[in-house]
Write a protein that binds this ligand. Structure first.
Ligand SMILES: [Zn+2]
Length: 317
């Protein structure tokens, strides 16, 4: 049974403090909270406070909560600004470790299953699992260490992983099978592999067109069809801000925005005459901009400005 994750993600306004860097995760790091708070409380405290300390997931006896997207780094391993633990690993905190007892036991059990699920989703083996101590020597996960059970916990994760049909080792690189309801942006979140990388590795030109059951490569070299196409570059996108105004803005500059969006499969009006490329910045164009922004992690407001321009240009390369 899939363990669902309740999300209470940090606001983007706090990314600079909590998770400033984009991340393509390669490891999972296990912690004990050294606390007696629930997962919900650990996460809400973490995302609200003014300390940079952060972690992706907290697991208690009942549920898994998430506070940081897995495609952003978190500060949880004490190995510095550019440390592999901080920059390449997903942090999982196991709750109630201070006092231990049945609640802790249940939390650890759920965490073991959850970590196995994360590994399975990414096509990773048990070799991707680390304890906090591995990165900077800190005595964490303290309860697992003091009870001398690290090897036991790892073995339990491996057993769960096998039960899920996962691999024991990660080589030669992971895959992800697309499930019903998955958007490429969601897969990017789950796997910690950026959208651009997923598209490049798997030859996906249109992120809106992915099929359930399709197996995506998460690492390795590009498929032959993924070679950068040579459409584009000639759009000469305008600077400045474009949004729906009254009267609506018209001109060749708008047309260039529309053509660039269409080249990336975000048509103002697919099926309409010329796919809706009419040189008018109206609701349909704003909607295409919005879809583009949402897929590529920008504020989805339908307003074309410098950030959207830069992102469109990067995708046209
Ligand atoms: Zn720790």
């Amino acid at each position: 049974m899939t363990i669902s994750v309740k999300k209470n993600l940090v606001s983007e306004a706090k990314y600079a403090l909590k998770c400033p860097n984009a991340m393509t995760a390669e490891y999972i790091t296990i912690h004990n909270t050294a606390n007696d708070a629930s997962a919900a409380n650990e996460i809400s405290y973490m995302i609200e406070n003014t300390s940079s300390t952060s972690f992706h997931f907290a697991v208690d006896d009942k549920e898994v909560r998430q506070g940081i997207p897995t495609n952003r780094n978190a500060w949880h391993t004490g190995d510095g600004k550019n440390g592999t633990g901080n920059r390449k690993s997903i942090g999982v905190e196991i709750c109630y470790s201070k006092s231990g007892g049945p609640k802790y036991k249940a939390a650890e059990k759920l965490a073991i299953k959850f970590v196995a699920q994360l590994l399975k989703e990414r096509g990773w083996g048990i070799d991707r699992v680390r304890k906090h101590q591995d990165w900077n020597g800190k005595y964490c996960p303290h309860r697992i260490l003091s009870e001398g059970r690290w090897d036991e916990v790892k073995a339990a994760i491996e057993t769960e992983l096998k039960a899920l049909g996962g691999k024991t080792t990660s080589k030669p690189g992971g895959t992800y099978t697309i499930k019903k309801g998955d958007a490429l942006s969601v897969i990017a979140q789950k796997t910690g592999v950026s959208m651009a990388t997923l598209q490049r590795l798997n030859g996906i030109k249109n992120p809106n067109l992915i099929k359930v059951g399709q197996v995506l490569k998460l690492t390795g070299s590009s498929t032959s069809s993924a070679k950068p196409s040579n459409k584009k570059t000639s759009y000469a996108l305008p600077s400045g801000i474009y949004k729906v105004t009254s009267p609506m803005r018209k001109g060749d500059d708008v047309r260039r925005i529309q053509k660039a969006l269409a080249a990336l499969y975000f048509y103002p009006d697919k099926g309409a005459k010329n796919n809706g490329i009419d040189g008018v910045y109206g609701p349909k164009t704003a909607n295409a901009v919005k879809r583009f922004q949402s897929i590529y992690g920008l504020v989805a407001d339908g307003i074309y400005g410098p950030k959207t321009k830069a992102k469109i240009e990067s995708k046209l390369k």
